[in-house]
Write a protein that binds this ligand. Structure first.
Ligand code: NDP
Length: 298
């Protein structure tokens, strides 16, 4: 069989960061320092890690970062007030509330509270609506990153049969919405699968492009794939392993068998993950550009 292309998310993310850095310099020349606020209301170590990675990423490209921590058992009003203050601040162009928020806080109210112009996650209903309508302001970072990977490796989406496994608001749904847009990295005939889908094997087996985002360790293997398919593995799953930390990260795809059949495939880690982080930086400079009328387009 032909050699499988390993899609290098670290490399493409580095290119995105270089573009972002150039945009930061343009903004600086116009007297604007882009700023991202991260808000953490959780004791979850994974969430803490994600937030600190985002802050480090900002620093690397010259984005100013502001961080607010709220006690996980504080009243929801405290989070709302924090968002209101950040909405008002001129030095904050993007606001990211790390999800999940505690159970006593209504996630939808939180997402609606963020000014749509600062909603760099792209989860505010106005931004969701704009994306669906083909007039996206901020594309959600993970599906946008996947789109960039497909484009970077010349994976033809137009006319392709794409299967998205997962229908979450942060990955599956926006991914499918991007793939069906009249756009050079859209125009795919797109099927969305979820936990009630019957005969997932047949759907996946017919796909030219498989986007796996179900959060189930290695549940798609090579035998399910159409030979030559492009396989984008969004899953990040912890499984017990004899490593220092006692676990390792695996995707939703069984990499070893899948790479024998796929035409192109993303590894985990090193595939979609770095792209998600890079697209957040991009959305932040885009927000600053929109605010100050400096053209920022990748
Ligand atoms: P969710 O748990 O919110 O959604 C999972 C989706 O998969 C649901 O729509 C669910 O269906 C569907 N699903 C569950 N079981 C099956 C099944 N047996 N067959 C088909 N579909 C199924 O997860 P997220 O979308 O937030 O994340 C998905 C994965 O991606 C996780 O591993 C997460 O860690 C990872 N992730 C990675 C990111 C990255 O940067 N690489 C960023 C974000 C997430 P139903 O709706 O019916 O319940």
């Amino acid at each position: 069989a032909d050699a499988t292309t390993i899609i290098d998310g670290e490399a493409v993310a580095a290119d995105v960061r270089a573009d972002v850095t150039a945009h930061v310099e343009e903004l600086e020349a116009a007297g604007v320092t882009p700023g991202l606020a991260t808000v953490l209301m959780s004791d979850d170590p994974a969430s803490e890690t994600y937030v600190s990675m985002k802050q480090r990423d900002c620093e690397e490209v010259g984005i100013e970062s502001v961080h607010v921590e709220i006690d996980a058992d504080a009243p929801a009003a405290e989070l709302y007030e924090t968002i209101d203050e950040l909405n008002e601040r001129d030095d904050v162009h993007g606001i990211l509330v790390q999800l999940p928020v505690p159970d006593h806080v209504d996630k939808r109210s939180v997402l609606r509270r963020i000014a749509p112009e600062k909603d760099v996650d792209g989860f505010h209903p106005e931004n969701v609506g704009r994306l669906v309508a083909g007039d996206a302001r901020f594309k959600p970072c993970t599906p946008h990153g996947v789109q960039k990977l497909l484009a970077a490796y010349g994976v033809e989406t137009e006319g392709a049969d794409a299967v998205v496994v997962g229908r979450s608001d942060i990955v599956g749904k926006p991914m499918a919405n991007l793939l069906i847009q009249k756009d050079p990295v859209g125009n795919a005939t797109t099927t969305v699968c979820h936990s009630r889908t019957e005969d997932l094997e047949a759907r996946v087996g017919g796909a030219d492009i498989v986007i796996a985002a179900a959060g189930i360790p290695e549940f798609i293997d090579g035998s399910m794939l159409k030979p030559g398919a492009a396989v984008i593995d969004v899953g990040i799953n912890r499984v017990d392993a004899e490593t220092e930390k006692g676990y390792e990260l695996v995707g939703d795809v069984e990499y070893e068998s899948a790479k024998e059949v796929a035409g192109a495939i993303t590894p985990v880690p090193g595939g979609v993950g770095p792209m998600t982080r890079a697209m957040l930086l991009y959305n932040t400079v885009k927000a600053a550009g929109l605010r100050h009328d400096v053209d920022v387009e990748l």
